[in-house]
Design a protein around this ligand. Structure first.
Ligand code: FAD
Length: 450
């Protein structure tokens, strides 16, 4: 069956996070190019101008260089008011040793920046310049999208695909209906909508998720500069329950981001923070409860099954994204693919299967297979304290050796997400690199067993 958007078609986007705003951007762009008059309405339950949980789409808030390049290709200019901190590099802390990681091909200056997704932590006693999600939503509005600040509570897919999809939104007082020729699910993985869709009778299965932990504290800019400079600190301390930990400086604030092997909770957060190495690196007064904002958002572990049907497509985290890396970049990619499909092919189930989900799986899904191998290998290797420490020590003592430069590239691409997981995987099993690491590995094994 062919179903097409035409003049006066209504598109409803559920969720005004990055995926929703990017979809509106591309839909309005493609419609203009094709000379079709459409209306795009974004339903967003959060107010991104608010501090704390009410305004925040909970993340570490690092915008990758790849995303920043894509934004500027689309003429989406991030205002300086959005940027909390420009980042020069990463610092990898492994047990007692640490090394700076830098862009592998100097003299290039990195373009990584940190942002707040809402208007800052709940305790912030001044207005944080501008939320990233608010900026994107305003950008979509400037292009012509309408924003309805309400929760979508019900979706009714018609039996006959010629008819529109009906949405119900608002609370008891403001309850209303909306008929859409296309519905775009951009509601992320921290929304009940995800599970409501299971009941609609098409084969959508949401991604599996794990609960992470984010804590914002208030060291002040001076303390941040002294302790971390313009670096994001990543920790690989061989913990049994933490997969990935990072300190992300944001002007006066510091975001501590923990991704666990299972769901994170307060006890695990405290166990992480109370490790001697972490205590050494935390600012004084970090545990002042009046200057802490903690949340436990979910992150996808894999992609959804069948995130589309006639007149409905699910994008961003709720559809498919890169595991553990640059979710906002994935939101951009899936939004663009889905919008292109809607305008160039049509909005039927088959159009989204072929034009959106197949290419998205090729780009992101397949790469996640390599990502999972890399992350599993990292879990195992980081437990080998002696070997890992000696390698990092060797790298810090021989910064210009061929092996160090190659390892820097692998680690840089892993922490920044600048290269595909496939590229990182093949680079890290390069026989010459493995051979160059052998002497330090053997030395560590002999010391361990000797
Ligand atoms: C701990 C952690 C750290 C992360 N760090 C980074 C990082 O540094 N860089 C990066 O690129 N990515 C990061 N991510 C991933 C990133 O946050 C997500 O990939 C990205 O936000 C996905 O965008 P989205 O638009 O699909 O979903 P979301 O950002 O979750 O947006 C969904 C929106 O839909 C709204 N909504 C939901 N249901 C409804 C409804 N029924 N009606 C109306 N509105 C609704 C929500 O309020 C929300 O605004 C991190 C994630 C986690 C958990």
């Amino acid at each position: 069956m062919r179903i097409h958007l035409k003049d006066n078609s209504n598109i409803a986007v559920i969720g005004g996070g990055p995926a929703g705003s990017f979809f509106a951007h591309f839909a309005l762009l493609y419609a203009k190019q094709l000379g079709i008059k459409i209306s795009v309405t974004i339903f967003e339950k959060r107010d991104f101008t608010k501090k704390g949980a009410k305004g925040c789409n909970m993340s570490a808030g690092v915008l990758s260089e790849t995303l920043i390049n894509k934004l500027s290709e689309q003429n989406i200019r991030l205002p300086s008011a959005c940027i909390q901190q420009e980042i020069d590099g990463y610092f990898l802390q492994v047990h007692e040793y640490g090394i700076p990681l830098h862009y592998p091909y100097p003299p290039h200056k990195t373009k990584i920046v940190t942002v707040f997704r809402g208007s800052g932590p709940r305790f912030a006693n001044y207005d944080i310049s501008k939320s990233f999600d608010h900026f994107l939503l305003e950008h979509a509005q400037e292009l012509g999208a309408d924003v309805i600040p309400h929760t979508v509570t019900n979706i009714q897919i018609p039996k006959d695909p010629k008819n529109p999809v009906k949405l119900t939104y608002g609370d008891e007082v403001s309850k209303a209906e909306y008929a859409a020729d296309l519905v775009v699910g951009a509601f992320g993985v921290n929304s009940d909508t995800l599970y409501e869709l299971n009941k609609l009778g098409f084969d959508y299965v949401p991604p599996q998720t794990v609960q992470t932990c984010i804590m914002d504290i208030y060291p002040t800019r001076t303390v941040n500069n002294t302790l971390y400079g313009k670096n994001i600190y990543v920790f690989s301390l061989g913990s049994k329950f933490i997969k990935f930990a990072a300190f992300v400086p944001k002007g006066d604030f510091l975001t501590i981001c923990l991704v666990g092997k299972k769901d994170m909770d307060k006890a695990q957060l405290h166990a992480f923070l109370n490790q001697p190495k972490i205590q050494e690196m935390l600012p004084k007064d970090w545990d002042d409860p009046k200057k802490r904002c903690v949340c436990f958002p979910s992150i996808p572990l894999n992609h959804a099954k069948h995130p589309y049907t006639n007149r409905l497509v699910i994008i961003g985290d709720a559809g498919i994204s890169r595991t553990y890396k640059n979710g906002i970049d994935s939101a951009f990619t899936t939004a663009q693919l889905a919008a292109k499909t809607a305008f160039e092919r049509g909005v039927s189930e088959n159009d989204f299967a072929e034009g959106y989900f197949k290419p998205a799986k090729r780009l992101l899904g397949r790469d996640n297979v390599y990502g999972n191998i890399i992350l599993m290998a990292n879990d195992i290797i980081s437990q080998q304290r002696n070997i890992v420490s000696n390698h990092i020590k060797y790298m810090s003592e021989h910064p210009d050796s061929w092996g160090t430069r190659q390892m820097n590239e692998v680690l840089w691409n892993t922490v920044t997400g600048n290269a595909t997981y496939k590229n990182i995987f093949f680079k890290s099993i390069n026989p010459r690199l493995l051979l160059s690491l052998l002497p330090v590995t053997l030395f560590s094994l002999i010391r361990k067993n000797g």
